[in-house]
Ligand binder design. Structure first.
Ligand code: CA
Ligand code: CA
Ligand code: CA
Length: 299
């Protein structure tokens, strides 16, 4: 009898504690809905020597654009409607090995004007690779004259270069200005090599298969992937899947894609520390993901 009373009392105490902890919690911010795109392009014009760089025309440029659908807010000023979001979101441009990184300021803006959507603008205040703080801006301009690329009520979930009639970027500051084209845009996706284990040990001489999961997140539906277009291996271009299925691989309640790749065709070499996956969704958007590996039985 006493034991039961004590148990009841104890449960009531726990309930009180849980209620107190709950009410003490701050209001939760909207969950991050990060979308990252990798891009490649070429330098199309140069003026001065931005950040001490002496790039050449036509030289390749790579980088990434990240935005957070959860932080976006719509605004409307007269004829111009847009979507604006504060940090964190990021842009980086890599020129001659130097990363120029957006930071700290109104890093992303999409304006829907009479010319369609354009002006992915970000201002940066530091250079990471050079380690020299500086000011200036990096911007991306994707203009869709047909005005059909995005819905009018949200930031775009997918960016296909074919959707834009004009794709350019600019880096300004540090004593110069350069412009570059944006030739490819690839959406970053989350993958898990050998979903049941970590670290992901791979014997390159093995004749079996490597399972790889493409995970569904709050910004990406892995069931939209066209399995026939997926490739996996050293560069992400090597092996086509020998099998694929849809299932909740990580048991978080949403459906993921699981694929099997033949180890010999993946081209993985002793000492590799990462393997890559590429593919397309059934709406034609390009995807790319990578995960760490360790190679075993190598001599
Ligand atoms: Ca794993
Ligand atoms: Ca998930
Ligand atoms: Ca899942």
């Amino acid at each position: 009898m006493n034991g039961l009373k004590m148990t009841k009392g104890f449960l009531a105490f726990i309930l009180l504690l849980v209620t107190a902890v709950r009410s003490a919690q701050p209001v939760q911010a909207a969950p991050a809905q990060l979308l990252t795109y990798y891009f490649t392009g070429r330098i199309t014009s140069i003026s001065g020597t931005p950040f001490g760089l002496s790039p050449s025309l036509g030289q390749s440029v790579t980088g990434s654009i990240t935005y957070d659908l959860g932080l976006a807010s719509a605004y409307n000023t007269g004829a111009v409607a847009g979507y604006n979001q504060p940090s964190p979101s990021g842009m980086s441009v890599i020129i001659s090995g130097v990363t120029i990184h957006s930071l700290n300021y109104n890093a992303f803006q999409v304006i829907n004007n009479s010319f369609g959507f354009d002006n992915f603008n970000g201002f940066f205040t530091s250079i990471l690779a050079g380690g020299v703080p500086n000011s200036g801006y990096v911007s991306f301009n994707l203009t869709d004259f047909t005005q059909v690329a995005f819905s009018s009520t949200a930031l775009p979930m997918t960016l296909n270069t074919s959707s834009f009639s004009s794709r350019t970027g600019t880096v300004y500051g540090g004593g110069g200005l350069l412009s570059f084209s944006i030739d490819t845009l690839v959406m970053a996706v989350s993958i898990n090599i050998k979903p049941d284990t970590f670290p992901n040990s791979i014997n390159p001489q093995n004749n079996g298969v490597i399972p790889v999961a493409i995970l569904t997140t709050n910004t990406f539906d892995a069931t939209m992937v066209d399995a026939a277009t997926v490739r996996f291996g050293r560069n992400g271009t090597e092996a086509a899947p020998v099998q694929s299925a849809l299932e909740d691989v990580d048991q978080d309640g949403d459906v993921d894609m699981i694929l099997q790749f033949s180890t010999p065709t993946a081209g993985i070499q002793c000492g590799d520390t990462q393997s890559n996956l590429t593919g397309k969704t059934n709406t034609g958007a390009s995807i790319q993901g990578s995960d760490s590996i360790i190679t075993v039985s190598c001599k």
